[in-house]
Design a protein around this ligand. Sequence first.
Ligand code: TRP
Length: 478
Amino acid sequence: MEEQRGQWGSTFGFLMAAIGSAVGLGNIWGFPYKMGKCGGGAFLLVYLLLVIFVGFATMLGELALGRKYGRGAVGTYAAIGKKWTWVGYMGVASGFFILAFYSVLGGMVLRYMIGFIMQIFGGSGFEGLGGGDFFGSFTTNAAGMMAYYAIFMAVNIIIVAGGIEGGIEKFTKIAMPALAAILIVVIIYVACQPGAGEGYKFAFVPDFSILTTDFFTVLKTAAGQMFFSLSLGMGCMITYGSYLGKEQNLESNMIIIPIADTCFAICAAMAVLPACAAFGQEYGAGPGLLFITLHEVFNVGMGGFIGNLMGFLFYFLVFLAAITSSISLLEVCTAYLIDKQIEKGKEPDRKKLTITIAAIIFLVGIPVALDGLGAGRAGGAVLDIPATFLGVTENIPMAIDCWLDFYDCISEGIMMPLGAAIMSIIIGWVIGTKVVADEVAETPGVKLRAVAIMDICFKFIVPAIMVVVLIAQIQDFF
Ligand code: TRP
Protein backbone atom coordinates (compact mmCIF):
# COMPACT_ATOMS: atom_id res chain seq x y z
CA MET A 1 0.00 0.00 0.00
CA GLU A 2 2.77 2.38 1.02
CA GLU A 3 4.66 1.46 -2.10
CA GLN A 4 1.68 2.14 -4.31
CA ARG A 5 1.03 5.53 -2.71
CA GLY A 6 4.61 6.81 -2.35
CA GLN A 7 6.44 8.55 0.51
CA TRP A 8 8.57 11.60 1.18
CA GLY A 9 12.26 10.90 0.75
CA SER A 10 13.50 13.18 3.52
CA THR A 11 12.36 15.54 6.25
CA PHE A 12 13.75 18.48 4.31
CA GLY A 13 11.84 17.40 1.22
CA PHE A 14 8.59 17.09 3.13
CA LEU A 15 9.08 20.48 4.75
CA MET A 16 9.76 22.16 1.44
CA ALA A 17 6.62 20.60 -0.03
CA ALA A 18 4.47 21.56 2.96
CA ILE A 19 5.87 25.07 3.27
CA GLY A 20 5.56 25.36 -0.49
CA SER A 21 1.89 24.52 -0.22
CA ALA A 22 1.41 27.10 2.49
CA VAL A 23 3.39 29.91 0.86
CA GLY A 24 1.33 31.03 -2.09
CA LEU A 25 -0.65 33.86 -3.60
CA GLY A 26 -2.28 34.31 -0.21
CA ASN A 27 1.01 35.36 1.34
CA ILE A 28 1.98 37.74 -1.39
CA TRP A 29 -1.15 39.63 -2.25
CA GLY A 30 -3.36 38.93 0.74
CA PHE A 31 -1.24 39.25 3.80
CA PRO A 32 0.67 42.52 3.23
CA TYR A 33 -2.39 44.53 2.40
CA LYS A 34 -4.59 43.04 5.09
CA MET A 35 -1.94 43.67 7.71
CA GLY A 36 -1.59 47.31 6.68
CA LYS A 37 -5.33 47.79 6.57
CA CYS A 38 -6.04 46.17 9.94
CA GLY A 39 -3.70 47.87 12.34
CA GLY A 40 -0.22 46.80 11.18
CA GLY A 41 1.69 45.42 14.14
CA ALA A 42 -1.54 45.01 16.07
CA PHE A 43 -2.86 42.73 13.31
CA LEU A 44 0.39 40.80 13.38
CA LEU A 45 -0.04 40.16 17.08
CA VAL A 46 -3.56 38.79 16.61
CA TYR A 47 -2.36 36.79 13.62
CA LEU A 48 0.47 35.21 15.63
CA LEU A 49 -1.88 34.28 18.47
CA LEU A 50 -4.19 32.64 15.93
CA VAL A 51 -1.28 30.75 14.40
CA ILE A 52 -0.32 29.45 17.84
CA PHE A 53 -3.79 28.53 19.12
CA VAL A 54 -5.54 27.58 15.91
CA GLY A 55 -2.87 27.01 13.27
CA PHE A 56 -0.59 24.72 15.28
CA ALA A 57 -3.42 22.46 16.45
CA THR A 58 -5.14 22.24 13.08
CA MET A 59 -1.83 21.57 11.34
CA LEU A 60 -1.00 18.85 13.85
CA GLY A 61 -4.47 17.37 13.58
CA GLU A 62 -4.32 17.13 9.80
CA LEU A 63 -0.78 15.73 9.68
CA ALA A 64 -1.47 13.21 12.44
CA LEU A 65 -4.72 11.92 10.93
CA GLY A 66 -3.08 11.64 7.52
CA ARG A 67 -0.13 9.66 8.81
CA LYS A 68 -2.25 7.50 11.09
CA TYR A 69 -4.65 6.34 8.42
CA GLY A 70 -2.28 6.61 5.47
CA ARG A 71 -4.94 7.91 3.11
CA GLY A 72 -6.00 11.16 1.48
CA ALA A 73 -8.84 13.32 2.77
CA VAL A 74 -11.75 11.04 1.83
CA GLY A 75 -10.02 7.83 2.91
CA THR A 76 -8.99 9.32 6.23
CA TYR A 77 -12.46 10.53 7.19
CA ALA A 78 -13.99 7.26 6.00
CA ALA A 79 -11.53 5.37 8.22
CA ILE A 80 -12.53 7.47 11.23
CA GLY A 81 -16.16 6.62 10.62
CA LYS A 82 -18.38 6.11 7.60
CA LYS A 83 -20.58 8.99 8.67
CA TRP A 84 -17.69 11.45 8.29
CA THR A 85 -16.81 10.56 4.71
CA TRP A 86 -18.63 13.64 3.41
CA VAL A 87 -16.15 15.88 5.22
CA GLY A 88 -13.42 14.34 3.11
CA TYR A 89 -15.45 14.84 -0.05
CA MET A 90 -15.91 18.48 0.92
CA GLY A 91 -12.14 18.78 1.11
CA VAL A 92 -11.57 17.25 -2.31
CA ALA A 93 -14.27 19.50 -3.76
CA SER A 94 -12.61 22.55 -2.18
CA GLY A 95 -9.29 21.60 -3.71
CA PHE A 96 -11.03 21.14 -7.02
CA PHE A 97 -12.57 24.62 -7.10
CA ILE A 98 -9.59 26.45 -5.63
CA LEU A 99 -7.26 24.84 -8.15
CA ALA A 100 -9.55 25.97 -10.96
CA PHE A 101 -9.30 29.67 -10.17
CA TYR A 102 -5.81 29.47 -8.69
CA SER A 103 -4.52 28.16 -12.01
CA VAL A 104 -6.13 30.96 -13.97
CA LEU A 105 -4.31 33.40 -11.69
CA GLY A 106 -1.12 31.36 -11.97
CA GLY A 107 -1.39 31.57 -15.74
CA MET A 108 -1.67 35.34 -15.51
CA VAL A 109 1.44 35.48 -13.34
CA LEU A 110 3.21 33.50 -16.04
CA ARG A 111 2.08 36.02 -18.67
CA TYR A 112 3.51 38.92 -16.64
CA MET A 113 6.77 37.07 -16.08
CA ILE A 114 7.14 36.41 -19.79
CA GLY A 115 6.31 40.04 -20.55
CA PHE A 116 9.29 41.17 -18.52
CA ILE A 117 11.55 38.58 -20.13
CA MET A 118 10.52 39.87 -23.54
CA GLN A 119 11.34 43.40 -22.46
CA ILE A 120 14.75 42.35 -21.16
CA PHE A 121 15.48 41.22 -24.69
CA GLY A 122 14.26 44.47 -26.15
CA GLY A 123 10.77 43.41 -27.19
CA SER A 124 7.49 44.92 -26.12
CA GLY A 125 6.18 42.78 -23.28
CA PHE A 126 2.90 44.50 -22.54
CA GLU A 127 1.66 45.85 -25.87
CA GLY A 128 2.88 49.26 -24.81
CA LEU A 129 0.07 49.50 -22.27
CA GLY A 130 0.21 50.74 -18.67
CA GLY A 131 -0.85 48.72 -15.61
CA GLY A 132 -4.63 49.09 -15.66
CA ASP A 133 -4.93 49.13 -19.44
CA PHE A 134 -2.84 46.04 -19.93
CA PHE A 135 -4.77 44.27 -17.21
CA GLY A 136 -8.06 45.09 -18.91
CA SER A 137 -6.81 44.13 -22.33
CA PHE A 138 -5.25 40.86 -21.22
CA THR A 139 -8.04 39.66 -18.95
CA THR A 140 -10.61 40.14 -21.70
CA ASN A 141 -8.41 38.41 -24.26
CA ALA A 142 -9.97 34.95 -24.24
CA ALA A 143 -7.28 33.18 -26.25
CA GLY A 144 -4.44 34.60 -24.15
CA MET A 145 -6.12 33.81 -20.84
CA MET A 146 -6.91 30.26 -21.95
CA ALA A 147 -3.41 29.63 -23.28
CA TYR A 148 -1.62 30.69 -20.10
CA TYR A 149 -4.19 28.92 -17.95
CA ALA A 150 -3.53 25.74 -19.94
CA ILE A 151 0.25 26.09 -19.60
CA PHE A 152 0.02 26.58 -15.85
CA MET A 153 -2.22 23.53 -15.50
CA ALA A 154 0.15 21.49 -17.65
CA VAL A 155 3.08 22.34 -15.36
CA ASN A 156 0.97 21.14 -12.43
CA ILE A 157 0.27 17.88 -14.19
CA ILE A 158 3.92 17.27 -15.01
CA ILE A 159 5.00 17.76 -11.39
CA VAL A 160 2.18 15.82 -9.72
CA ALA A 161 2.34 12.97 -12.23
CA GLY A 162 5.99 12.57 -11.21
CA GLY A 163 4.84 11.31 -7.83
CA ILE A 164 5.55 12.30 -4.24
CA GLU A 165 9.30 11.94 -4.05
CA GLY A 166 10.07 12.07 -7.77
CA GLY A 167 7.74 14.96 -8.58
CA ILE A 168 6.47 17.18 -5.78
CA GLU A 169 9.46 16.79 -3.47
CA LYS A 170 12.04 17.07 -6.21
CA PHE A 171 10.48 20.26 -7.51
CA THR A 172 9.83 22.01 -4.20
CA LYS A 173 13.32 21.18 -2.88
CA ILE A 174 14.69 23.49 -5.57
CA ALA A 175 11.81 25.92 -5.94
CA MET A 176 11.45 26.93 -2.30
CA PRO A 177 15.09 27.87 -1.65
CA ALA A 178 15.04 29.72 -4.99
CA LEU A 179 11.91 31.55 -3.96
CA ALA A 180 13.49 32.56 -0.65
CA ALA A 181 16.65 33.79 -2.36
CA ILE A 182 14.75 35.91 -4.89
CA LEU A 183 12.56 37.35 -2.16
CA ILE A 184 15.65 38.47 -0.26
CA VAL A 185 17.08 40.14 -3.38
CA VAL A 186 13.81 41.99 -3.96
CA ILE A 187 13.54 43.06 -0.32
CA ILE A 188 17.07 44.45 -0.33
CA TYR A 189 16.65 46.26 -3.63
CA VAL A 190 13.36 47.80 -2.53
CA ALA A 191 14.81 48.83 0.83
CA CYS A 192 17.42 50.92 -0.98
CA GLN A 193 14.80 52.98 -2.81
CA PRO A 194 13.96 56.43 -1.46
CA GLY A 195 10.42 56.61 -0.13
CA ALA A 196 10.19 52.93 0.79
CA GLY A 197 9.78 53.89 4.45
CA GLU A 198 6.12 54.76 4.04
CA GLY A 199 5.46 51.18 2.98
CA TYR A 200 7.00 49.71 6.11
CA LYS A 201 5.06 52.22 8.15
CA PHE A 202 1.77 51.21 6.51
CA ALA A 203 2.51 47.53 7.00
CA PHE A 204 4.03 47.36 10.43
CA VAL A 205 3.41 50.39 12.69
CA PRO A 206 0.95 49.06 15.24
CA ASP A 207 -2.35 50.76 15.75
CA PHE A 208 -3.62 49.12 18.91
CA SER A 209 -6.70 51.30 19.05
CA ILE A 210 -8.22 49.16 16.29
CA LEU A 211 -8.31 46.28 18.75
CA THR A 212 -10.86 48.16 20.82
CA THR A 213 -12.76 49.90 18.04
CA ASP A 214 -12.96 47.14 15.47
CA PHE A 215 -11.76 43.92 17.02
CA PHE A 216 -14.14 41.72 15.06
CA THR A 217 -12.81 42.94 11.72
CA VAL A 218 -9.23 42.28 12.78
CA LEU A 219 -10.11 38.86 14.12
CA LYS A 220 -12.06 37.69 11.09
CA THR A 221 -9.50 39.04 8.63
CA ALA A 222 -6.59 37.49 10.47
CA ALA A 223 -8.35 34.17 11.02
CA GLY A 224 -9.49 33.81 7.41
CA GLN A 225 -6.05 34.71 6.13
CA MET A 226 -4.34 32.38 8.59
CA PHE A 227 -6.17 29.22 7.69
CA PHE A 228 -6.07 29.80 3.93
CA SER A 229 -2.40 30.65 4.08
CA LEU A 230 -1.60 27.51 6.06
CA SER A 231 -3.48 25.35 3.53
CA LEU A 232 -5.78 24.06 6.25
CA GLY A 233 -9.40 22.98 6.23
CA MET A 234 -9.55 20.84 3.11
CA GLY A 235 -7.39 17.86 3.90
CA CYS A 236 -4.35 19.14 2.07
CA MET A 237 -2.11 18.54 5.07
CA ILE A 238 -3.91 15.23 5.71
CA THR A 239 -2.84 14.18 2.24
CA TYR A 240 0.74 15.41 2.64
CA GLY A 241 0.81 13.83 6.11
CA SER A 242 -0.22 10.48 4.67
CA TYR A 243 3.16 10.25 2.90
CA LEU A 244 5.10 10.75 6.15
CA GLY A 245 7.04 7.92 7.71
CA LYS A 246 6.78 7.13 11.39
CA GLU A 247 10.29 8.47 11.94
CA GLN A 248 9.15 12.02 11.14
CA ASN A 249 8.61 14.26 14.14
CA LEU A 250 5.07 15.61 13.89
CA GLU A 251 5.44 17.90 16.86
CA SER A 252 8.26 19.90 15.35
CA ASN A 253 6.65 19.93 11.90
CA MET A 254 3.45 21.41 13.27
CA ILE A 255 5.50 24.38 14.46
CA ILE A 256 8.03 24.75 11.64
CA ILE A 257 5.47 24.94 8.80
CA PRO A 258 3.29 27.72 10.27
CA ILE A 259 6.31 29.72 11.47
CA ALA A 260 7.96 29.50 8.06
CA ASP A 261 4.73 30.48 6.33
CA THR A 262 4.37 33.50 8.59
CA CYS A 263 7.98 34.55 7.95
CA PHE A 264 7.36 34.42 4.21
CA ALA A 265 4.21 36.50 4.63
CA ILE A 266 6.09 39.13 6.64
CA CYS A 267 8.87 39.15 4.05
CA ALA A 268 6.30 39.61 1.29
CA ALA A 269 4.99 42.63 3.17
CA MET A 270 8.56 43.98 3.32
CA ALA A 271 8.86 43.68 -0.44
CA VAL A 272 5.46 44.56 -1.84
CA LEU A 273 4.27 47.57 0.14
CA PRO A 274 7.56 49.52 0.28
CA ALA A 275 7.89 48.97 -3.47
CA CYS A 276 4.49 50.57 -4.00
CA ALA A 277 5.37 53.42 -1.65
CA ALA A 278 8.73 54.12 -3.26
CA PHE A 279 7.19 54.33 -6.71
CA GLY A 280 4.16 56.35 -5.83
CA GLN A 281 1.49 53.67 -6.15
CA GLU A 282 -1.61 53.41 -4.01
CA TYR A 283 -1.96 50.19 -2.07
CA GLY A 284 -4.97 48.16 -3.04
CA ALA A 285 -6.17 44.68 -2.27
CA GLY A 286 -6.60 41.59 -4.38
CA PRO A 287 -5.81 41.06 -8.05
CA GLY A 288 -5.30 44.78 -8.61
CA LEU A 289 -2.31 44.87 -6.27
CA LEU A 290 -0.53 42.03 -8.01
CA PHE A 291 -1.47 42.70 -11.61
CA ILE A 292 -1.90 46.46 -11.83
CA THR A 293 -0.07 48.22 -9.01
CA LEU A 294 3.06 46.08 -8.99
CA HIS A 295 3.16 45.97 -12.74
CA GLU A 296 3.28 49.78 -12.74
CA VAL A 297 5.97 49.70 -10.06
CA PHE A 298 8.34 47.59 -12.16
CA ASN A 299 7.37 48.66 -15.63
CA VAL A 300 7.01 52.39 -15.12
CA GLY A 301 8.31 53.30 -11.65
CA MET A 302 11.60 51.45 -11.81
CA GLY A 303 11.58 51.16 -15.58
CA GLY A 304 14.52 50.43 -17.81
CA PHE A 305 16.67 47.34 -17.54
CA ILE A 306 16.57 47.15 -13.77
CA GLY A 307 12.78 47.43 -13.79
CA ASN A 308 12.52 44.61 -16.29
CA LEU A 309 14.94 42.45 -14.36
CA MET A 310 13.26 43.09 -11.02
CA GLY A 311 9.87 42.62 -12.64
CA PHE A 312 10.93 39.28 -14.07
CA LEU A 313 12.42 38.16 -10.73
CA PHE A 314 9.34 39.24 -8.85
CA TYR A 315 6.81 37.50 -11.09
CA PHE A 316 9.05 34.43 -11.22
CA LEU A 317 8.96 34.38 -7.43
CA VAL A 318 5.17 34.68 -7.46
CA PHE A 319 5.01 31.91 -10.06
CA LEU A 320 7.08 29.61 -7.84
CA ALA A 321 4.88 30.45 -4.86
CA ALA A 322 1.74 29.74 -6.89
CA ILE A 323 2.88 26.48 -8.43
CA THR A 324 4.18 24.95 -5.19
CA SER A 325 0.72 25.67 -3.74
CA SER A 326 -1.34 24.52 -6.69
CA ILE A 327 0.39 21.16 -6.88
CA SER A 328 -0.76 20.48 -3.32
CA LEU A 329 -4.32 21.20 -4.39
CA LEU A 330 -4.04 18.86 -7.35
CA GLU A 331 -2.44 16.21 -5.14
CA VAL A 332 -5.51 16.23 -2.87
CA CYS A 333 -7.67 15.32 -5.87
CA THR A 334 -5.18 12.84 -7.33
CA ALA A 335 -4.68 11.11 -3.97
CA TYR A 336 -8.41 10.57 -3.73
CA LEU A 337 -8.46 8.72 -7.06
CA ILE A 338 -5.33 6.73 -6.22
CA ASP A 339 -6.77 5.62 -2.87
CA LYS A 340 -9.95 4.56 -4.61
CA GLN A 341 -8.04 2.41 -7.08
CA ILE A 342 -6.03 0.77 -4.31
CA GLU A 343 -9.22 0.09 -2.40
CA LYS A 344 -10.61 -1.69 -5.44
CA GLY A 345 -7.48 -3.81 -5.51
CA LYS A 346 -6.19 -2.21 -8.68
CA GLU A 347 -2.71 -0.93 -9.40
CA PRO A 348 -3.09 2.89 -9.51
CA ASP A 349 -1.75 4.64 -12.57
CA ARG A 350 -0.73 8.00 -11.11
CA LYS A 351 -0.02 9.58 -14.46
CA LYS A 352 -3.35 8.70 -15.95
CA LEU A 353 -5.29 9.69 -12.85
CA THR A 354 -3.49 13.02 -12.56
CA ILE A 355 -4.18 13.92 -16.16
CA THR A 356 -7.82 12.86 -15.90
CA ILE A 357 -8.66 14.91 -12.84
CA ALA A 358 -6.61 17.93 -13.95
CA ALA A 359 -8.43 17.90 -17.30
CA ILE A 360 -11.80 17.95 -15.55
CA ILE A 361 -10.68 20.76 -13.25
CA PHE A 362 -9.41 22.65 -16.28
CA LEU A 363 -12.81 22.43 -17.94
CA VAL A 364 -14.60 23.59 -14.81
CA GLY A 365 -12.20 26.55 -14.51
CA ILE A 366 -12.75 27.83 -18.03
CA PRO A 367 -15.48 30.33 -17.02
CA VAL A 368 -12.99 31.90 -14.57
CA ALA A 369 -10.63 32.57 -17.46
CA LEU A 370 -13.29 33.96 -19.75
CA ASP A 371 -15.31 36.54 -17.82
CA GLY A 372 -12.51 39.13 -17.70
CA LEU A 373 -12.30 38.65 -13.92
CA GLY A 374 -15.67 40.28 -13.49
CA ALA A 375 -15.81 42.55 -16.54
CA GLY A 376 -18.40 40.32 -18.19
CA ARG A 377 -19.52 40.75 -21.76
CA ALA A 378 -20.42 44.35 -21.05
CA GLY A 379 -16.75 44.92 -20.26
CA GLY A 380 -15.43 43.26 -23.40
CA ALA A 381 -15.01 39.67 -22.17
CA VAL A 382 -16.56 36.72 -23.99
CA LEU A 383 -18.50 35.36 -21.03
CA ASP A 384 -20.96 36.92 -18.61
CA ILE A 385 -20.51 36.90 -14.86
CA PRO A 386 -22.64 34.51 -12.77
CA ALA A 387 -24.92 37.35 -11.66
CA THR A 388 -25.95 37.99 -15.26
CA PHE A 389 -26.82 34.32 -15.73
CA LEU A 390 -28.92 34.48 -12.59
CA GLY A 391 -30.62 37.67 -13.71
CA VAL A 392 -29.24 39.76 -10.84
CA THR A 393 -28.42 43.26 -12.02
CA GLU A 394 -28.46 45.39 -8.89
CA ASN A 395 -26.67 45.05 -5.54
CA ILE A 396 -24.68 42.12 -6.87
CA PRO A 397 -23.26 40.14 -3.95
CA MET A 398 -19.54 39.35 -4.16
CA ALA A 399 -20.26 35.62 -4.43
CA ILE A 400 -21.61 36.04 -7.95
CA ASP A 401 -19.77 39.14 -9.19
CA CYS A 402 -17.31 37.00 -11.15
CA TRP A 403 -16.65 33.28 -11.61
CA LEU A 404 -13.50 33.47 -9.54
CA ASP A 405 -15.36 34.82 -6.51
CA PHE A 406 -18.12 32.29 -7.09
CA TYR A 407 -15.70 29.35 -6.87
CA ASP A 408 -13.85 31.04 -4.02
CA CYS A 409 -17.10 31.46 -2.09
CA ILE A 410 -18.01 27.78 -2.40
CA SER A 411 -14.57 26.60 -1.31
CA GLU A 412 -12.76 29.11 0.87
CA GLY A 413 -15.95 30.82 1.95
CA ILE A 414 -18.03 27.90 3.09
CA MET A 415 -16.59 24.39 2.77
CA MET A 416 -13.13 25.04 4.19
CA PRO A 417 -13.99 26.75 7.48
CA LEU A 418 -16.69 24.11 7.92
CA GLY A 419 -14.17 21.36 7.21
CA ALA A 420 -11.64 22.74 9.68
CA ALA A 421 -14.29 23.15 12.38
CA ILE A 422 -15.60 19.63 11.93
CA MET A 423 -12.15 18.08 11.91
CA SER A 424 -11.37 19.81 15.17
CA ILE A 425 -14.65 18.70 16.70
CA ILE A 426 -14.03 15.12 15.57
CA ILE A 427 -10.61 15.13 17.23
CA GLY A 428 -11.67 16.95 20.38
CA TRP A 429 -15.03 15.32 21.01
CA VAL A 430 -15.32 12.11 19.00
CA ILE A 431 -12.02 10.27 18.79
CA GLY A 432 -10.18 12.28 21.47
CA THR A 433 -6.99 14.31 21.44
CA LYS A 434 -5.19 11.23 22.75
CA VAL A 435 -5.37 9.68 19.29
CA VAL A 436 -3.32 12.58 17.96
CA ALA A 437 -0.91 12.44 20.90
CA ASP A 438 -0.47 8.69 20.35
CA GLU A 439 0.27 9.24 16.68
CA VAL A 440 2.95 11.80 17.56
CA ALA A 441 4.44 9.29 20.02
CA GLU A 442 4.81 6.71 17.24
CA THR A 443 8.12 8.38 16.53
CA PRO A 444 10.70 6.97 18.95
CA GLY A 445 11.69 9.50 21.58
CA VAL A 446 8.99 12.02 20.69
CA LYS A 447 6.11 12.89 22.95
CA LEU A 448 3.53 15.61 22.43
CA ARG A 449 3.99 18.30 25.04
CA ALA A 450 1.12 20.63 25.83
CA VAL A 451 -1.47 17.90 25.34
CA ALA A 452 -3.85 19.70 27.68
CA ILE A 453 -3.60 22.93 25.70
CA MET A 454 -4.04 21.06 22.41
CA ASP A 455 -7.12 19.43 23.87
CA ILE A 456 -8.60 22.84 24.65
CA CYS A 457 -7.70 24.03 21.14
CA PHE A 458 -9.42 21.09 19.46
CA LYS A 459 -12.46 21.17 21.71
CA PHE A 460 -13.15 24.89 21.90
CA ILE A 461 -10.78 27.38 20.33
CA VAL A 462 -10.49 26.02 16.78
CA PRO A 463 -14.23 25.36 16.32
CA ALA A 464 -15.10 28.79 17.77
CA ILE A 465 -12.67 30.65 15.52
CA MET A 466 -13.79 28.68 12.48
CA VAL A 467 -17.41 29.58 13.17
CA VAL A 468 -16.30 33.23 13.29
CA VAL A 469 -14.59 32.78 9.92
CA LEU A 470 -17.63 31.06 8.45
CA ILE A 471 -19.99 33.83 9.58
CA ALA A 472 -17.60 36.53 8.38
CA GLN A 473 -17.18 34.89 4.97
CA ILE A 474 -20.91 34.54 4.49
CA GLN A 475 -21.31 38.22 5.42
CA ASP A 476 -18.60 39.25 2.99
CA PHE A 477 -19.75 37.12 0.10
CA PHE A 478 -23.48 37.86 0.35
N1 TRP B 1 -1.84 28.35 1.07
C1 TRP B 1 -1.90 28.77 -0.30
C2 TRP B 1 -1.78 30.29 -0.38
O1 TRP B 1 -1.50 30.93 0.58
C3 TRP B 1 -3.12 28.30 -1.00
C4 TRP B 1 -3.39 26.86 -0.81
C5 TRP B 1 -2.70 25.82 -1.28
C6 TRP B 1 -4.39 26.30 -0.01
N2 TRP B 1 -3.22 24.64 -0.84
C7 TRP B 1 -4.24 24.92 -0.07
C8 TRP B 1 -5.38 26.85 0.75
C9 TRP B 1 -5.07 24.09 0.64
C10 TRP B 1 -6.21 26.01 1.45
C11 TRP B 1 -6.05 24.65 1.42
O2 TRP B 1 -1.95 30.86 -1.43
